[in-house]
Design a protein around this ligand. Structure first.
Ligand code: URA
Length: 260
């Protein structure tokens, strides 16, 4: 671990509840992570997408996908965003307040992938807006990252499972083409997958996080590093040190200090 730790970063690590600090690196190593491109907000304009025709005579119409899964692969960013907002491919559309597409600049080199919108994210239409979002922001800041500037944040599941229940495999599979297309369009240099459902869904595995941490995986050719979900870290403070090691692995990978 060779990250430069300035006083602000040390404060962030403290915020994460970390006692152990990694060795100091030369300042040049950190400078390399700062983006050269100016921040760019994503266009929010929604492309026209055909909506299902309402059938007043049907008591409970079965959810239908507005865009067939095969067509998602050819959508542009605005079309993808509209397809997510209008998606009725699984039953989660019935109880969601908002489908959560993601936030961040289209130029981001980092893609952070969480699990599913919680109540706050569902209400706001944005990922990670609660307490776990604050911890995520602190974790990102400790790496010189900011979701408004150089990190894109999304979830494997776009709609909140009712009552915050665990996502079901069929729901994750149904939603996967959205993330896959988002990755193709964003072309991130690295993916940080947070939490069991994100990790297992992206890597198509049932291995526990503990067995997947500490090495570099791939999601459709993009290097992927596994870590704990911020909500888990809020409940399990000692594992914050492991999460910090995961972040350092991701940064080392991006800066060429470890091989992908
Ligand atoms: N937890 C997640 O995994 N994603 C969110 O958007 C909010 C909470």
């Amino acid at each position: 671990m060779t990250l430069q730790l300035d006083p602000r970063r040390v404060a962030m690590l403290r915020e994460m509840g970390l006692q152990l600090l990694p060795p100091i690196a030369p300042p040049a190593a950190q400078a390399a992570v700062e983006p050269s491109a100016p921040p760019a907000s994503l266009a929010a304009a929604a492309a026209p997408v055909a909506r299902p025709v309402a059938d007043a005579s049907a008591a409970a119409p079965a959810p239908v996908a507005v865009v067939p899964p095969g067509a998602i692969a050819s959508l542009d960013w605005a079309g993808l965003q509209a397809a997510v907002q209008d998606c009725r491919a699984c039953g989660l559309c019935e109880s969601r307040r908002n489908a959560v597409f993601g936030t961040g600049p289209a130029t981001a080199e980092w893609l952070i992938v969480g699990e599913a919108p919680d109540e706050d994210a569902d209400a706001a239409g944005e990922p990670f807006v609660g307490q776990d979002g604050q911890l995520l922001d602190n974790m990102l800041r400790s790496l010189g990252l900011d979701r408004r500037r150089n990190a894109y944040v999304a979830n494997v599941l776009r709609c909140r499972p009712p009552g915050g229940r665990n996502p079901e495999p069929a729901e994750l599979a149904q939603c996967e083409p959205f993330l896959r297309r988002q990755v193709e369009l964003l072309q991130p240099r690295i993916i940080l997958a947070m939490g069991r459902f994100a990790v297992q869904s992206l890597l198509q595995t049932t291995e526990p996080i503990g067995r997947l941490r500490g090495r570099v995986h791939r999601y459709h050719d993009v290097p992927l590093v596994v870590t704990f979900h911020p909500a888990y870290l809020l409940r399990n403070q000692p594992d914050k040190a492991k999460a910090w090691a995961d972040l350092c692995l991701a940064m080392d990978l991006l800066e060429g200090r470890v091989a992908g």
